[in-house]
Design a protein around this ligand. Structure first.
Ligand code: BGC
Length: 460
């Protein structure tokens, strides 16, 4: 398999574009002034009852160091399995990206990033010495676009690319003035089996996507078909996962990077593996002394049988899993990623409403709707700097028409911390497993990270 500079530089450009600028949650923060109503005493949940509940949730969501070590042990074994045999739960997908960039790559590239929440189109200029410029446009994906025919989704991607090119490179004469043969890197952040860098068979949709007639297909071909349909004068030269891109892009800027992870709508990591340690591709007879990036797809850890984390899975994790469009898949991701944390919080609130503990005497129908509690709300609750927790007051009043007592708000802040901390601790197991597997403990290494959860969630 030849090393292809163009593809490497293109994917570099692609991920520098897409990974450096993390998506932000579209949340309006309202300013709100609290007032004390005498009737609130009647309505407010008893402090003691909330304390009791909090203790219950502390027991449920707190992970001990022993548990984390045990999960990491299972993780290391799981990663090894994926390297040995095809079709494993954590598939450890070879990315056909060989070795690190030099940092001196230069050129002008286009990049398209189909993530979990947005589609981004970028123009990237690599300037060498680890420097780059990016111009980008972001399109929010609708729920319909996540479920429409697969080909239609790629048509939308091609259409957005076309618009971007016309907007940024269109002249008064109506002609497009772009470098001839400018290459496009496509960041496709879903598990795909690759045979080369410009090929990728979608294994399965994740992050709530469910577009029919796409799983099992080569998404590069589907996208090329859409490019032809819209007569986009661009050549797609590489298809990569966001983690692989973040790995290469982070290394371009910080050469000690060895691992990269994404904590966003979904979660996952990539790292550089010695080809001799990937037995399942031995038949390709690639040079054994070279390295290749592996897209772990470790959001799938503990899927299907749920045997590694059975003791820590809560009824809320079970509920979210079984009510998702992909039950039993992405088990680890569902306990960690941005798509799910808000929903865990919401389900706890719903239980407490049913038990007569929260929002007494109020109409709670708005929070009873699945997925209305965005993970961005947890960020806001955790980072409310006021003693009275006025942001929390405003959030519940504005979005859900609910009044809250200070006791309830304090409870929410602690609950958000419990859910966020569990996610953060669990996230560390995957990274620790790669570090251990690669023997980086002694020497250490840098880990690139990106994603909305990583960049927006409060606390280090
Ligand atoms: C996908 C991965 C992706 C991750 C982060 C997961 O749901 O399966 O391919 O890297 O989300 O975007």
């Amino acid at each position: 398999m030849p090393k292809c500079f163009c593809s490497l530089a293109c994917l570099l450009a692609c991920l520098l574009a897409c990974s450096r600028i993390a998506p932000c949650f579209a949340v309006q923060i309202v300013t709100w002034h609290s007032s004390s109503h005498s009737s609130r005493n009647k309505m407010s949940a008893a402090q003691e009852q909330l304390d009791e509940e909090l203790q219950k949730y502390k027991d449920m969501f707190t992970l001990t160091p022993e548990t984390l070590v045990r999960i990491t042990d299972r993780f290391v074994e799981t990663l090894e399995k994926g390297l040995h045999k095809d079709g494993q739960t954590v598939p450890m997908l070879p990315a056909y990206v060989f070795g690190w960039p030099t940092g001196d790559e230069k050129g002008s590239y286009l990049a398209l990033d189909l993530g979990g929440t947005n589609l981004r189109v970028c123009h990237v200029t690599l300037k060498g010495k680890g420097e780059f410029d990016v111009t980008q446009t972001k399109f929010r994906l609708t729920d319909e676009q996540k479920q429409c025919e697969g080909q239609e989704l790629f048509d939308f991607c091609a259409d957005c690319l076309n618009t971007f090119i016309k907007d940024h490179f269109g002249g008064r004469d109506g002609e497009v003035h772009l470098e001839e043969d400018i290459a496009l890197g496509f960041t496709f952040s879903y598990p795909m089996e690759q045979e080369r860098i410009d090929h990728g068979k979608l294994v399965r949709w994740t992050k709530g996507f469910g577009n029919p007639n796409t799983e099992g297909n080569n998404v590069a071909d589907m996208f090329k078909k859409s490019l032809e349909k819209y007569e986009v004068p661009i050549k797609m030269t590489s298809l990569i996962n966001d983690t692989t891109g973040t790995l290469i892009a982070s290394n371009y800027v910080r050469p000690d990077t060895r691992i990269a992870c994404i904590f966003g709508t979904g979660c996952n990591a990539a790292y550089m593996e010695h080809i001799k340690n990937i037995p399942k591709i031995a038949h390709h007879k690639l040079p054994e002394d070279e390295d290749m990036a592996i897209n772990c797809e470790y959001g799938a850890f503990d899927s299907f049988e749920h045997k590694h984390m059975a003791d820590i899975r809560t009824k809320y994790d079970e509920y979210i899993d079984l009510h998702s469009n992909k039950p039993h898949e992405q088990a680890y991701e569902k306990m960690i990623a941005g798509l799910y944390l808000g929903e865990i919080f919401r389900l706890v609130m719903c239980d407490l409403v049913d038990e007569g503990v929260l929002f007494l005497g109020q109409n709670t129908y708005k929070i009873e709707k699945p997925n209305v509690f965005d993970t961005a709300f947890l960020s806001l609750i955790e980072s409310d700097p006021t003693d009275e927790l006025l942001t929390v007051t405003g959030l519940f009043a504005h979005f859900f028409g609910l009044e809250t007592t200070i006791e309830e708000r304090k409870f929410f802040k602690q609950l958000a911390e419990l859910i966020g901390t569990r996610a953060a601790r669990l996230s560390s197991c995957g990274i620790a497993a790669i570090v251990r597997k690669m023997g980086y403990q002694e020497k250490g290494c840098e880990v690139g990270a990106d994603g909305s959860l990583y960049s927006k969630y409060p606390r280090e």
